[in-house]
Design a protein around this ligand. Structure first.
Ligand SMILES: [Zn+2]
Ligand SMILES: [Zn+2]
Length: 409
């Protein structure tokens, strides 16, 4: 029987740490492993060990091709990873496409700290149901489905019951680089050929949407739909979208579809034509002198999608009274807020983080009805490293999507 060692242990962990981590498994750790040199542990995380010890059914697994990074900032490369065999409530999904989110790049670079390597990123997954467990009844084989940022949570805490699984009080399991309480394994994302997910966390992809272009809806779509929904974007509202990237272009499409009068604020005029094509009525290049002065007090909602450090106080002055500026990007350093600008006019600043399963399904259904999908550039797996480099210099219009067929080749 195959016993899977997963990247529960970071590279360069001491053998002692490894032994401790191993103890979560049933039975004694095999001596072979305890005696391994620390540098071998990384390699072990993606190899299986044969052993005769009794194992939990959850460790019964299948090996599949994937693309991932084995150390911070190292190039992504082909890997073999393990997926659990579908349990009673699971569906196994044959992945067709997976979008590349900026979070993927941050995780591979370990920009936020704590990435466990090897990491297989990807949480904008669209695929077809390949098989399902005996009690999985929500989907049938062949159905087009999606997996977004999360794959499990406790299901019973107030947040889970309210449909906000991403804030599960017991700890949500994200689609990749997240410790799964059930399998005791770190999760691997969608840069792979297959994924096994409890059907409760699987999304139905509406018919009629382009499959590759629907993939980014799973993260970029919900990340921008949710705040537009929370802050009640409605026809005639003056909405500004700051930054026209993966998130920003979805924010424009969605806000326009909700009837808002949308203004794009971008550093230069490079994307002015695109903004107009996406439905924005106005465009301002923020680096041009005086650009923002003309917009003081104009917007009821500002969707700030920028992940680089920038001046939030200047943007706050663009809000009308009781207007809200919502942050969906994650600049690495903290911002100084000017209380006077906030207090004057009862302006509000808010954050918004993805969305729960029900809201993500609602967003997909909405996109299905309104024909909304992302602007994408479909690539093969061996182009992922180039795509990362291009993303780091903002050279993508507007989402890279990996064709998972290239992983099977
Ligand atoms: Zn994402
Ligand atoms: Zn919960």
């Amino acid at each position: 029987m195959s016993y899977r060692l997963t990247p529960r242990v970071q590279p360069r962990s001491s053998p002692a740490t490894f032994s401790k981590a191993f103890s979560v498994y049933r039975g004694e750790p095999p001596r072979l492993v305890v005696a391994m040199a620390a540098e071998d542990i990384t390699r072990l995380t993606i190899l299986s060990l044969s052993m005769s010890t009794t194992v939990s059914p959850l460790s019964v697994s299948m090996e599949i091709p994937a693309y991932g990074a084995t150390a911070a900032k190292s190039p992504l490369e082909p890997l073999k990873i393990e997926r659990r065999k579908p349990g009673p409530h699971d569906v196994e999904i044959e992945i067709l496409y997976c979008g590349i989110c900026h979070s993927d790049v941050h995780k591979v670079n370990d920009d936020w700290g704590g990435t466990h390597f090897p990491v297989v990123p990807g949480h904008e997954i669209v695929g077809r149901v390949a098989s399902r467990g005996t009690s999985a009844t929500r989907f049938r084989e062949g159905e087009l489905v999606g997996v977004g940022c999360l794959v499990d949570s406790c299901r019973v805490c107030p947040e889970c019951r309210a449909g906000r699984e991403m804030f599960c009080e017991k700890g949500v399991t994200f689609t990749f680089d997240s410790f799964d309480q059930n399998t005791k394994m770190w999760t691997y994302g969608g840069y792979s050929t297959n994924i096994v997910v409890d059907e409760r966390y699987v999304l139905r992809v509406p018919k009629g949407l382009d499959t590759a272009r629907a993939a980014p809806l799973m993260c970029a779509g919900i990340t921008t739909y949710s705040p537009l929904h929370q802050f009640e974007c409605k026809p005639g509202d003056q909405v500004a979208v700051v930054g026209l990237g993966g998130l920003g272009h979805m924010a424009v499409k969605l806000a326009v579809s909700m009837g808002a009068d949308v203004t794009v604020l971008s550093t230069s005029r490079d994307k002015e034509k695109d903004a107009s094509r996406l439905g924005a009525k106005h465009f301002f290049a923020t680096k041009e002198p005086g650009a923002l002065e003309a917009l003081q007090g104009r917007f009821s909602l500002i969707m700030d999608t920028v992940s680089a450090p920038h001046d939030l106080n200047k943007q706050l002055t663009l809000l009308r009274s009781f207007g809200t500026m919502v942050l969906v990007g994650l600049p690495p350093s903290g911002a100084q807020l000017d209380a006077f600008t906030l207090v004057h006019g009862n302006r509000r600043i808010a954050g918004s983080n993805i969305g729960g399963v029900a809201e993500t399904q609602e967003m997909l259904d909405y996109c299905g009805k309104n024909g909304i999908v992302a602007e994408v550039e479909v690539i093969n797996a061996d182009q992922i490293n180039d795509a990362y480099k291009r993303m780091e210099r903002g050279d993508v219009r507007y989402r890279f999507v990996i064709d998972a067929a290239s992983l099977r080749a």
